[in-house]
Design a protein around this ligand. Structure first.
Ligand code: ATP
Ligand code: MG
Length: 332
């Protein structure tokens, strides 16, 4: 890639991967029938035709948001990039999205969105701001709550402060259609609490055996802690081609079923694509900067799949996300 000179206007440096053909599922986009054989459902119907519509400004509904927590066992598998891009892709399906950076200590959604929030959850914890005072506008249709180093103190809050925080967090539940939570990697109690409290979980892995083993470790810990594991779907990131994603997913789903008696769904794959890191450097989600890149098409597929299938059934008397989260923190 030739780098632009300092004074030249910024080029549109979308990189077309030189690796193998990405496969029929992606070649088929848009409007061409995908080849049959294993992944007929890719891309989901919502994406088989015209380009996605422009982001509408959706009014905030009064019903509870669908709470999706994105997590992984191993670090660096692409959770935060995924959250930033899922958020934008969801707005293009008409959803209002609130992204919540719950990566304690290593929060970086703000960087991925190219926004510098003045206040973070830390200031709420310290009683210096209320929640509406820290909501930050990201890309159109996306609001987010920036984490801060003080988030790590969440675990040590005294009950009174915790109640105050939860009371203000409670408002989040009706604020958007989707509450998308980015967690840190691994098995810390904080991460597991955000996972347990969610309606559904996107468990991210790459094809590396270490990442798969660590993702399995998360699932195993959840299964051992109690029978109520939220609906979990696997995202296989940084794959060479769709077949690799499918292979990883099949293996993972089989092991989870046989050893943990847990049903894991396959949310989809994201091709390894240099446009992702290029977008990170330019601090804009790849679906905005390079909407036709392989990674963007994959992310749109995942989002369409999520909204194609009905959300998990939540019993009417099930406490809301914040209540569940509060319960988990209280129990610890
Ligand atoms: N599909 C992809 N293709 C190429 N690079 C990717 C892809 N997805 C993510 N990356 C790159 O992988 C790196 C890690 O991504 P990211 O920070 O999103 O991971 P993470 O799981 O949130 O990490 P952490 O566990 O530290 O929070 C980044 O440099 C990002 O650009
Ligand atoms: Mg991250």
């Amino acid at each position: 890639m030739t780098l632009p000179s300092r004074n030249s206007p910024l080029p549109e440096p979308m990189i077309v991967p030189r690796r193998r053909d990405p496969g029929p599922q992606l070649r088929a986009l848009p409007g061409v029938q995908p080849r049959r054989g294993g992944m007929e459902n890719f891309p989901p119907p919502a994406l088989r035709s015209a380009p996605l519509p422009q982001p509408p400004v959706a009014p905030a509904p009064m019903q509870r948001a669908r709470v999706i927590t994105v997590t992984s066992g191993k670090g660096g598998v692409g959770k935060s990039s995924l959250v930033a891009n899922l958020a934008v892709a969801m707005t293009r399906l008409g959803k209002s999205v609130l992204a919540f950076d719950a990566d304690l200590g290593m929060a970086n959604l703000d960087v991925l969105f190219g926004v510098r929030p003045q206040y973070t959850l830390y200031h709420v914890l310290k009683g210096k701001r209320d929640l509406p005072g820290i909501l930050v506008g990201g890309p159109p249709g996306v609001k987010f709550i920036a984490g801060g180093s003080g988030m790590a103190e969440l675990a040590d809050l005294d009950p009174a402060t915790m109640e105050t925080l939860l009371a203000s967090l409670r408002r989040l539940e009706t604020y958007s259609d989707v509450l998308l939570i980015d967690t840190g990697a691994g098995l810390s109690r904080n991460v597991l609490s955000f996972v347990r409290a969610a309606d559904e979980v996107l468990l991210v892995t790459t094809p590396e055996p270490t990442a798969m083993a660590d993702a399995y470790g998360v699932l195993k810990t959840l299964a051992l802690e109690g029978p109520q594991v939220p609906r979990t779907s696997l995202v296989v990131n940084k794959v060479r081609d769709p077949e690799e994603g499918l292979l990883v997913a099949r293996r993972f789903i089989k092991v989870a079923r046989e050893h943990l008696q847990l049903k894991v769904d396959y949310a989809g794959f994201v091709l390894e694509d240099e446009n992702v890191s290029l977008s990170v450097r330019r601090q804009k989600p790849v679906v905005m900067l390079y909407p036709n890149s392989y990674a963007s098409v994959c992310i749109n597929n995942i989002v369409a799949g999520l909204f194609d299938s009905p959300p998990p059934e939540i019993p009417a008397n099930r406490p809301g996300f914040i209540e569940r989260l509060a319960g988990l923190f209280r129990r610890a």
